[in-house]
Design a protein. Structure first.
Ligand SMILES: [Zn+2]
Length: 84
């Protein structure tokens, strides 16, 4: 049964996270670093897409991933969370 990286949802042969989502010690890289990386990947895959569009797609991708579901940065900016 194919597995998926719990950080970026890429297909994975084994383990929890793919090499792109971890540093050389096997630890998950920071949210911002991965968001930049995913934005780049989305733009490469979708020629002509604006950076803002790609950033939004990358954010949604990460919001759906188990590793980031509860990260405040995955919150939809159009639906601000109650600050309390
Ligand atoms: Zn990954």
């Amino acid at each position: 049964m194919p597995q998926h990286c719990e950080s970026c949802r890429m297909p994975l042969a084994a383990g929890t996270y793919c090499p792109r989502c971890t540093d050389d010690r096997g630890l998950l890289i920071p949210f911002e670093a991965l968001h930049v990386e995913l934005t780049h990947r989305v733009m490469v895959r979708n020629e002509g897409m604006s950076r803002a569009e790609a950033q939004e797609i990358a954010r949604q991708l990460m919001a759906a991933a188990p590793a980031w579901t509860n990260h405040p940065a995955t919150a939809d900016p159009r639906e601000p969370r109650d600050p309390r």
